[in-house]
Design a protein around this ligand. Structure first.
Ligand code: NAP
Length: 277
């Protein structure tokens, strides 16, 4: 559940990539509920329109931007648009991500390219574009990069290697920005109930649904219906968290005074499970 707060982010502009689903959607809802104007970025418009309506109902404002973050020009265009339409940019959440569990020996390089471009390149371009915009308008800003618990293990596969890269990008950028009024927070979530699970081993996800008593047949690559994800968060709460928990952590980081640097937030449900490869 997102935290109902006073409108502490009124007058602030935030961009959230990957806001059509899961963790990004929850972050967008949380920032919007606190009064921010949120630019929701993703490829699927329908869920973002629903989130936009919810944010407006909560007293914030929102703009839906259909874009593929694998394109650097598209990412730069979103940042330019947010500044042009609202006059500022204060929060950049580089969240969009994809997951491919295949091993190094068996994986498809096309899927690796999708992970490299979405999970790393788009984060780099998002950071660069946001910093340039924040510097140009002398804004106080926060950049939030969504890494993963996978960045804490050396054997977390190709996906994990992209999240090690995010970890390193956050640390390096933080050093570059010591003299700026821009803080950088790296978020390392464990397992959360989102549509990222459509690319997990289907037998594993089916096992989770069966244990939760949810009657749904899992097919690799197919989006799980929203009501399935909602139900999953209940009985599986010990091992599979609610994306809103991550959103509250982001809210904490971006509402600290500008001279407080929240470096990393590792967050996960009480029980740890490792995804099968
Ligand atoms: N769920 C977990 O257990 C977990 C754990 C650790 C880290 N994470 C990280 O959390 C972040 C969010 O993932 P999630 O779990 O919320 O998964 P999700 O429900 O699948 O959401 C992923 C989001 O990324 C967007 N996206 C993917 N490729 C894109 C592209 N090329 N251009 C624009 N948007 C794109 C998707 O939007 P469209 O499909 O509409 O484009 C969607 O909104 C990812 O970086 C993921 O690696 C998740």
């Amino acid at each position: 559940m997102i935290q109902r707060t006073q409108q502490v982010l009124r007058g602030r502009t935030a961009i959230v990539t990957g806001a059509s689903s899961g963790i990004g959607r929850a972050i967008a809802e949380q920032l919007g509920a606190a009064g921010a104007h949120v630019f929701l970025v993703g490829r699927r418009v329908e869920p973002m329109e629903a989130t936009r309506s919810q944010i407006i109902g909560d007293g914030g404002d929102a703009t839906v931007v259909q874009a593929d973050v694998r394109s650097p020009a598209a990412v730069r265009g979103i940042v330019d648009r947010a500044v042009a339409e609202t006059g500022t940019l204060n929060i950049m959440v580089n969240n969009a991500g994809v997951y491919d569990p295949a091993s190094i020996c068996e994986g498809d390089p096309e899927n690796w390219l999708a992970m490299l471009e979405t999970n790393i390149l788009a984060v780099l371009v998002g950071c660069q574009a946001a910093v340039r915009a924040m510097r140009a308008i002398k804004a106080e800003g926060h950049i939030v990069n969504i890494a993963s618990n996978a960045a804490q293990r050396r054997d977390s596969g190709v996906y994990g290697s992209t999240k090690h890269a995010v970890d390193s990008i956050s640390g390096s950028l933080r050093n570059e920005l010591e003299g700026d009024t821009i803080r950088v927070t790296n978020i390392l979530p464990g397992i959360y109930a989102t549509n990222l699970s459509r690319d997990w081993d289907p037998a594993f996800v089916q096992g989770l649904l069966d244990r939760a008593g949810i009657d749904h047949r899992v097919v690799r690559g197919e989006y799980l219906p929203e009501d399935v994800l909602t139900h999953l968060k209940g009985p599986m709460r010990q091992i599979m968290g609610d994306p809103a928990d991550v959103a509250r952590a982001v809210f904490y980081a971006v509402t600290q005074p500008i001279d407080v640097n929240v470096l990393d937030i590792c967050i996960r449900p009480p029980k740890r499970i490792d995804l099968p490869g």
